[in-house]
Design a protein around this ligand. Structure first.
Ligand SMILES: NC(=O)c1ccc[n+]([C@@H]2O[C@H](COP(=O)([O-])OP(=O)(O)OC[C@H]3O[C@@H](n4cnc5c(N)ncnc54)[C@H](OP(=O)(O)O)[C@@H]3O)[C@@H](O)[C@H]2O)c1
Length: 342
C-alpha cells in the first residue's frame, strides 16, 4: 500500500529546485519500490509562501522559479501569511528545510524547525545552521514530540558518511576522522594550482550552485567547521560548538605556494580533522599540505572525501564527486523516505 506523505518545502534555490526535479523524475520509483508518494502542499521562498492542500505539481513550481519569479507571484500565494503561520495551520507530515545558513542565530530556519517539531512534522534539513547552533535542543524537542530529524544532506551532500558511521560501525570507536568537506574551496584550490584566478574559480562554483549564498562560509572554512560540529555531535558523541574548533580557511593560500608544492608532488587541501588524543577529541579546520598520493590528496576539484579510522572497523575511505547539488537534494529524499516509509 502506498503511503501519501504531505510535505512542505522551505527554500526553493539550488537545493530546493533539485529536490523538486528529483521528486518529479523519481515519483514512480518512490511509489513502486518504496511505497511513498510525496504531495507538496506548502512551499516557501524569501518572498512568502503558497499553499495547495491538493498538492502542487513540481514542474509548475520549477518553471516559475526558473523564469526568475518568486512565490509571491505564484498561484495559491498566501498573501501576508508567514511560514510559521502556515506551519501552524496546515497539517503536513514532513518539512524539508533548505533555506540559507545564518551562523549568528540560525534564524529564521531555527524557528521553522522548532515549529515543525512542535506540530509533530518530521524534519529533513540541508541547512546546517539550526543544528550547529541548537543540535541538542532540537533533538530533545524532537524526542519529546516523537518526531524524526534527519540531515544527511548537510554533511558533504550525497556522501552517506553520517549514515555509515551510525548504522555500520556499531560498537566501534572512531579514533580519527578527517576529510575534505567543502567542494567549493577544493575546486578553487585546484583551479589556482592550474593557474586560474581565485575570483574566476569562485565564480564558477557560484554558477554551478555549489557555493553558499555567502561564499565567505566556504572560503573562510566555516562550512567545513559546521560539518565537523555535526559530525562530532552525531557520530563522535561529543557536544561541541563552532567555538571549540580552531578554524582557518583558504584565503591566505597563494598560487605560488600551490605551484611550489605541486612541483614536489604535493598539494594543499582544506582539511577538517577530529583526532582522539588522551581523553578528548581535538578539532581543527586548516589548509594542510598533503602528498598527491594521500587519499585526501587525490580528492580533486569537485570531490569531497572522508577518511575514518576506527578501533575495530579499520580505516575506510569515502569519496564523492558533486558538482551541482543534485546528490545533496537526493540525500534529502533518502532521509524523507527513511522517516516516512513505515
Ligand atoms: N548548494 C549546495 O551545494 C548545498 C549543499 C549542501 C547543503 N546546502 C545547504 O542548503 C541550503 C540551501 O542552499 P542553496 O544552495 O539551495 O541556497 P540558495 O540557492 O541561496 O537558495 C535558498 C532558498 O531559500 C529561500 N529563502 C531565503 N530566505 C528565506 C526565508 N526567510 N524563508 C524561506 N525561504 C527563504 C531563497 O528564496 P529566493 O528564491 O526568494 O531567493 C531560496 O529559494 C543552505 O542552507 C546550504 O548551506 C547547500
Amino acid at each position: 500500500m502506498t503511503k501519501k506523505v504531505k510535505v512542505t518545502i522551505i527554500g526553493l534555490g539550488n537545493v530546493g529546485c533539485n529536490l523538486l526535479q528529483i521528486l518529479e523524475n523519481k515519483k514512480n520509483e518512490l511509489k513502486n519500490s518504496y511505497h511513498v508518494e510525496f504531495s507538496i502542499i506548502c512551499i516557501a521562498d524569501s518572498s512568502g509562501i503558497a499553499i495547495d492542500l491538493d498538492g502542487f505539481k513540481p514542474l509548475e513550481i520549477l518553471a516559475h522559479k526558473h523564469s526568475g519569479k518568486r512565490i509571491n507571484t505564484f498561484k495559491s500565494y498566501s498573501n501576508g501569511k508567514t511560514v510559521l503561520e502556515a506551519l501552524e495551520e496546515i497539517n503536513c507530515d514532513l518539512v524539508f528545510e533548505a533555506s540559507p545558513v545564518n551562523l549568528e542565530t540560525a534564524e529564521p530556519a531555527l524557528s521553522y524547525c522548532e515549529k515543525a517539531i512542535e506540530k509533530g512534522y518530521h524534519l529533513v534539513l540541508a541547512n546546517k545552521a539550526p543544528l550547529v547552533i541548537a543540535f541538542k535542543d532540537l533533538h530533545e524537542k524532537a524526542r519529546y514530540n516523537n518526531v524524526g530529524i534527519l540531515y544527511s544532506a548537510t554533511f558533504c551532500g550525497g556522501l552517506p558518511v553520517l549514515n555509515i558511521c551510525r548504522r555500520d560501525m556499531i560498537a566501534g570507536k572512531i579514533t580519527k576522522i578527517q576529510g575534505v568537506f567543502n567542494a567549493t574551496s577544493n575546486f578553487i584550490l585546484d583551479e589556482m594550482a592550474k593557474g586560474q584566478s581565485f575570483d574566476k574559480a569562485l565564480l564558477e562554483t557560484q554558477k554551478r550552485g555549489a557555493a553558499e549564498a555567502d561564499p565567505k562560509l566556504d572560503i573562510e572554512g566555516w562550512d567545513t567547521a559546521n560539518k565537523l560540529v555535526l559530525l562530532a555531535n552525531t557520530v563522535l558523541d561529543v557536544s561541541i560548538y563552532l567555538k571549540d574548533i580552531d578554524v582557518q580557511g583558504i584565503t591566505q593560500v597563494t598560487a605560488d605556494q600551490l605551484k611550489l608544492h605541486k612541483d614536489k608532488n604535493e598539494t594543499i587541501k582544506l582539511v577538517a580533522a577530529a583526532v582522539f588524543e588522551g581523553n578528548n577529541y581535538v578539532f581543527s579546520v586548516k589548509p594542510t599540505i598533503l602528498s598527491l598520493s594521500d587519499f585526501l590528496g587525490t580528492c580533486n576539484g569537485w570531490e569531497m572525501g572522508v577518511e575514518i579510522h576506527s578501533d575495530i572497523y579499520g580505516i575506510s575511505y569515502h569519496k564523492l564527486w558533486e558538482r551541482e547539488p543534485i546528490p545533496t537534494a537526493a540525500s534529502m529524499i533518502r532521509d524523507a523516505v527513511q522517516l516516512c516509509k513505515y
